[in-house]
Design a protein around this ligand. Structure first.
Ligand SMILES: *[C@@H]1O[C@H](CO)[C@@H](O)[C@H](O)[C@H]1NC(C)=O
Ligand SMILES: *[C@@H]1O[C@H](CO)[C@@H](O)[C@H](O)[C@H]1NC(C)=O
Ligand SMILES: *[C@@H]1O[C@H](CO)[C@@H](O)[C@H](O)[C@H]1NC(C)=O
Ligand SMILES: *[C@@H]1O[C@H](CO)[C@@H](O)[C@H](O)[C@H]1NC(C)=O
Ligand SMILES: *[C@@H]1O[C@H](CO)[C@@H](O)[C@H](O)[C@H]1NC(C)=O
Ligand SMILES: *[C@@H]1O[C@H](CO)[C@@H](O)[C@H](O)[C@H]1NC(C)=O
Length: 695
């Protein structure tokens, strides 16, 4: 029985993992989730002589500075008072022990709740409340476990202002005038309030008369604000005070009850004050050696506080969200032992099982944050969700024979709570073993690391030694090598030196040769140059000479030309002169000729005339002789006269010719003068031309 249950339980958990994958519902907000907060892990908020308040912030999968759920553990000694505070969040509480009174003031009026162990109640956000513990010193301390739903507050202003705030601070914060006006009291009252020493949150409080409720309350306010007037409460007081009853979990019929334990859950449906709240309360009492069967909440996260005993809680992770960085804590299957005062959180969809030890019962009260209608789903027993599934499919899912599945589902009748003797012990052992294993593993790991480190060091050392050795070896080799190389180098150098010398020798020879050749060439070149220069000079000289000759020639030519020109001109002149002389002579000759011709003609005419005259005269002589000889002498006289006349005429003619000749000479001289003038003009022109050419 025990074995089958256990195996069924484990298989069921395995099944869970294989059946569902819940990527997305967890998200990275899940990272803040911590499944267990031990009693030692609580923060202390208030600690006075009369009581203390500790707190735990739990994360479901939301994040924020305080988390969405704030838990407070308020402990009041007998005859103590938690001074009024203003609630910032819905508060659901469970009275773990003791007795007391909780007074709350809301818009609807005042409300007084007498509370005792097992009571649950809810105070709405915005209400003012204060708590008084029972004065009976024989009684237990008043212990209240409260949860504050701070989700809204967290978002509202960006900063969480705490679950509640101090009312005296609230009032003291205002200016005197404001308070005076607001409360209609005298200045002294306000001063009295303000001057009063600030009270700690929890104070000792002894009512003057237990039955005198009015005095009792006035006493509170006196203690609170230092005056007898219960200001602010006055109006509320006028309204009818309600007396509400809390719900006591122990007085209610359990939802599930058998010899292995009982459990009860209260939601907003079942308890009127819870209405509008998303928080429910549950209580589980597992008797010795029992188990709260594997189950999960599809809509609720369970935040449980161990109120009695010890137990083992196993939580299965439905799967890790994908895309979460490796640094984030992993969602893992966990099992852990819880002690009284510890808080453990099981997020929705996480299958869980709680198991009690054989030697004690295991009681835990919890708050379930319900996001809707929640029905816990049990995996084993008659109520198992697995029974709904087809067994063949289950067989395939578990990869086992029909019979195993049948066994798994049919052996356990109970679903919620069943016997599980020594289960917790075994699990504890496993946990311890695991922890031991982990420790050992860690130790081993550390050792291994140490060893690895040592090995590493050793290796390092060896490597270094080796390297050193190698280094030395290499050094040696290098040195040898170097020596060898040096020797080689030297040999090489020597060779080179020799070669170099040879080369140098050769070079020298070559150079000498070349120098010689060079000199030869140089010499030749120089000679050549000299020769060339000489030639050049000769050439130049020749040219010079030629040029000079040329010039001389030119000059001569020029001179000759000029001379020739001169001569030509002279010749021309001469010729012209000759021509003119010739002309003159010719003209003279012509003249002469003409004169001679004239003379001739005249002589001929003279001749002719003389012949005629001769004739005439012969005829006349004849006649005359005939006429007589007397006439002869007259005639002779006449002849004589005519001859004289002729003589005169000839002289005249000669005179004429001489005059003419003179005229001719005059003419020739004039022409000569003309020629000379012309020559003069030509010479002037030439001179001008030369000047122009020079200019
Ligand atoms: C918180 O406020 C943001 C905007 O300021 C809003 O988008 C978001 O829904 C709010 N969350 C809750 C839980 O009210
Ligand atoms: C109220 O405020 C005062 C001063 O800040 C502080 O000493 C006291 O503890 C507070 N009381 C509560 C109940 O928080
Ligand atoms: C309280 O008041 C009642 C009557 O009102 C009286 O009988 C009783 O003695 C008083 N107790 C104390 C402690 O003063
Ligand atoms: C739990 O159950 C056991 C056995 O029935 C009982 O002795 C014990 O008082 C119960 N505890 C609470 C807190 O109810
Ligand atoms: C019950 O047993 C557990 C484990 O065996 C042990 O840790 C625990 O102290 C015991 N409780 C009591 C009350 O003996
Ligand atoms: C499994 O169960 C089915 C029906 O219940 C049956 O027909 C089949 O033979 C079974 N197989 C085995 C291996 O038992």
């Amino acid at each position: 029985m025990e074995i089958s249950t256990r195996s069924g339980f484990l298989v069921a958990l395995f099944l869970w993992s294989s059946l569902f994958q819940f990527d997305g519902i967890l998200g990275e907000d899940f990272l803040r989730f911590v499944p267990l907060v031990t009693k030692e892990g609580r923060r202390t908020i208030v600690s006075t002589e009369s009581g203390m308040i500790t707190a735990v912030d739990v994360y479901e999968r939301y994040h924020g500075p305080y988390g969405p759920y704030h838990l407070q553990f308020i402990t009041l000694d007998t005859s103590s008072l938690l001074l009024p505070v203003i609630l910032h969040a819905d508060m659901v509480f469970y009275v773990h022990s003791g007795r007391g009174t909780i007074n709350s003031i809301t818009e609807d009026g005042t409300n007084r709740i007498d509370v005792k162990r097992g009571d649950i109640y809810r105070l709405e956000e915005g209400s003012i409340f204060y708590v008084r513990s029972h004065p009976d010193s024989a009684r237990e301390k008043l212990r209240i476990h409260a949860i504050f739903n701070t989700i809204l507050d967290e978002n509202a202003s960006g900063a969480f202002v705490g679950a509640y705030s101090n009312i005296s601070d609230f009032i003291r914060g205002f200016d005197d005038e404001v308070l005076q006006m607001a409360f209609g009291v005298s200045e002294e009252v306000i001063h009295g309030i303000k001057a009063a020493e600030k009270s700690p949150p929890i104070v000792h409080f002894e009512p003057k008369n237990e039955t005198d409720e009015v005095d009792w309350r006035e006493g509170i306010f006196e203690a609170l604000i230092g005056g007898r007037h219960a200001i602010g409460i006055v109006n509320a007081k006028k309204k009818k005070e309600q007396k509400t009853k809390a719900l006591n979990l122990f007085e209610r019929k359990a939802d599930v009850e058998n010899c292995n334990g009982w459990s009860i859950a209260v939601t907003s449906k079942e308890f009127k004050p819870f209405k509008g709240s998303n928080i429910g309360v549950f209580l589980v009492n597992l008797t010795k050696g029992s188990m709260m069967g594997p189950h999960w909440n599809p809509k609720a996260t369970e935040i449980a506080i161990v109120t009695h005993g010890q137990g083992i809680v196993q939580v299965v992770c439905p799967g890790n969200p994908s895309g979460v960085s490796n640094e984030a804590p992993k969602c893992e299957n966990t099992k852990f032992k819880v002690n009284e005062g510890d808080v453990f959180i099981v997020p929705r969809y996480h299958p869980m099982a709680q198991i009690s030890f054989n030697n004690d019962s295991f009681v835990f009260v919890g708050f379930s944050t319900v996001a809707g209608q929640n029905h816990p789903q049990f995996l084993a027993g008659k109520r198992s969700v697995l029974r709904v599934l087809d067994r063949k499919i289950l067989g395939v899912s578990f990869n086992t024979a029909n019979t195993t599945i049948d066994q798994l589902l049919d052996s356990q009748v109970e679903s919620v709570m069943f016997e599980c003797t020594s289960c917790a012990e075994q699990l504890e052992r496993e946990i311890e073993e695991e922890m031991e294993r982990k420790k050992q593993e860690e130790a081993r790991k550390r050792e291994q690391e140490e060893e690895a480190r040592k090995r590493e060091e050793e290796e390092q050392r060896k490597r270094e030694e080796e390297e050193a050795r190698k280094g030395e070896e290499e050094q040696r080799k290098r040195e040898e090598e170097e020596v060898r190389k040096r020797e080689e180098e030297e040999a090489r150098k020597r060779e080179e030196e020799e070669r170099r010398k040879e080369e140098e020798e050769e070079q020298r020879k070559r150079e000498e040769e070349e120098a010689r050749k060079g000199e030869e060439e140089q010499r030749k070149r120089e000679e050549e140059e000299v020769r060339k220069r000489e030639e050049e000079e000769a050439r130049k000289r020749e040219e010079e000479r030629k040029r000079e000759e040329e010039e001389a020639r030119k000059r001569e030519e020029e001179e000759a030309r000029k001379r020739e020109e001169e001569e030509a001109r002279a010749r021309e002149e001469e010729e012209r002169r000759k021509r003119e002389e010739e002309e003159a002579r010719r003209r003279e000759e012509e003249e002469q000729r003409r004169e001679e011709e004239e003379e001739q003609r005249r002589r001929e005419e003279e001749e002719a005339r003389r012949r005629e005259e001769e004739e005439q005269r012969r005829r006349e002589e004849e006649q005359e002789r005939r006429r007589g000889e007397e006439e002869t002498r007259r005639e002779e006289e006449e002849e004589e006269a005519r001859r004289k006349e002729e003589e005169g005429r000839r002289r005249e003619e000669k005179e004429e010719a001489r005059r003419h000749e003179e005229e001719q000479e005059e003419e020739a001289r004039r022409r000569e003068e003309e020629v000379r003038r012309q020559e003069e003009a030509i010479r002037r022109e030439e001179e001008e031309d030369e000047l122009e050419a020079d200019g």
